[in-house]
Structures are given as structure tokens and as C-alpha cells.
Design a binder for this molecule. Structure first.
Ligand SMILES: O=P(O)(O)OC[C@H]1O[C@H](OP(=O)(O)OP(=O)(O)O)[C@H](O)[C@@H]1O
Ligand code: HPA
Ligand SMILES: [Mg+2]
Length: 182
């Protein structure tokens, strides 16, 4: 799988060190709040598991599945909820855990949807932020790494469901997705 990457951006060690730092900061901010930590399936699974493991405060978890990319490197622009939260979030402090903010469409849709359910607060923790991909104005409250405007995979991020299990992150060789278009 490594040969499908053009460039390695972040090693497993770099990611783990940064996620531990983020977890400490988030835990300080949510110390007394018993937050609902919402994992955005499927990409955020690895980040969610690492982040909450290091938070060491009382919290609850829930999961929501959203899809806009499918088997493509471009957002379809249509955000769909494939699996909703199990519990109401009224009056709760909600932390959305995302793998990447790219165009921002997924998160802006999700944040609005959760605020409409009368959450007390809704904040965003993203492992990766791609500011040059943005088409809507949204900034994560906590961000692990800023990434270039290229299609990246690993640490939960996929191309056509592959590469999620890589413990590191890199830029996918364009030849991988260009050949599959034919
Ligand atoms: O900022 P955006 O341009 O909206 O892109 C970010 C979203 O796109 C990816 O999800 P995808 O639709 O690929 O679902 P997945 O997590 O199941 O891979 C990623 O996991 C984010 O949720
Ligand atoms: O760069 C990316 N890689 C994988 N999935 C994504 N979803 C939005 N941007 C990306
Ligand atoms: Mg995806």
C-alpha cells in the first residue's frame, strides 16, 4: 500500500504525539461538561478512538454516518446522513470529531443539523485541516495538522474505502484514481 503514496506527510509517531496533545487540551476545556463526543463515520474512527482514550474525563460517545465523497476524490456536494445519532443532544455540549475538513460542506451541514436539535454548544475537533480546499466558511475549534490541497489517505481517510487502516498519512498518487476512472 505504501507504494500507492506519492509522499508521506505524517508518521504514526507524529500523529500519536499530536493527538495526545489535542486530547489534553480538549479534556481541560470539557472537564466539568460531560460532553457528547460524536464520531463522524467512517473516516474519524481511528482519530476518535485515540482522542477519547487520552481524554481521561467523563464523557459519552455517539456515532453519525455521513457521506459526500463516495468513491471519488471530489465532494459530490450532496451531504447525506446514512446513520443518525442514537440519543437526543438537547442541552448537551457536543464535540464533533472529524478526520478532515476539506470543502467544509460536511461539517457545516452537520453543525447546523446538531444546533437545530438545541445542543448547548457544538464544537469541532478535526485531525486534519485543508484550508485551501474550502468552499464554505468554517474553521475547526481544534485541529491536529494543516495539510496541502492534495488528496490524502491513511489514519481513517480513504480512497474508495481503501487505505483507512494505514497508521500514517500521505498523498495518494494521482495514477491510483486516474486509472480507475477509465
Ligand atoms: O469538508 P468536506 O469536503 O465535506 O470533506 C470532509 C468529509 O469527507 C470525508 O467523508 P466521506 O464522504 O469520504 O465519508 P467517509 O468518512 O465514510 O470516508 C471526510 O471523512 C469528511 O467527513
Ligand atoms: O483529502 C482527502 N482524503 C480522503 N478523504 C477526503 N475527504 C475530503 N478530503 C479528503
Ligand atoms: Mg471518504
Amino acid at each position: 500500500m505504501r507504494e500507492d503514496l506519492q509522499e508521506l506527510l505524517f508518521s504514526e509517531e507524529q500523529i500519536q504525539t499530536r493527538v495526545k496533545q489535542m486530547a489534553k487540551q480538549v479534556a481541560r476545556d470539557y472537564q466539568e461538561k460531560n460532553p457528547v463526543v460524536v464520531c463522524v463515520l467512517k473516516g474519524a474512527v481511528l482519530f476518535m478512538a485515540d482522542l477519547i482514550r487520552y481524554m481521561e474525563i467523563p464523557l459519552e460517545t455517539d456515532f453519525i454516518a455521513i457521506s459526500s465523497y463516495g468513491a471519488s476524490t471530489k465532494s459530490s456536494g450532496v451531504v447525506r446522513i446514512l446513520k443518525d445519532l442514537d440519543r437526543p443532544i438537547e442541552d448537551r455540549d457536543v464535540l464533533i470529531v472529524e478526520d478532515i475538513v476539506d470543502s467544509g460542506l460536511t461539517l457545516s451541514y452537520l453543525r447546523d443539523s446538531l444546533l437545530r436539535r438545541n445542543a448547548r454548544s457544538v464544537k469541532i475537533a478535526a485531525a486534519f485541516d485543508k484550508p485551501d480546499g474550502r468552499t464554505v466558511d468554517i474553521t475547526p475549534d481544534y485541529s491536529g495538522f494543516t495539510v496541502p490541497n492534495r488528496f490524502i489517505v491513511g489514519y481513517g481517510l480513504d480512497y474508495a474505502e481503501r487505505y483507512r487502516n494505514l497508521p500514517y498519512v500521505g498523498v495518494l498518487k494521482p495514477s491510483v484514481y486516474e486509472k480507475e476512472k477509465c
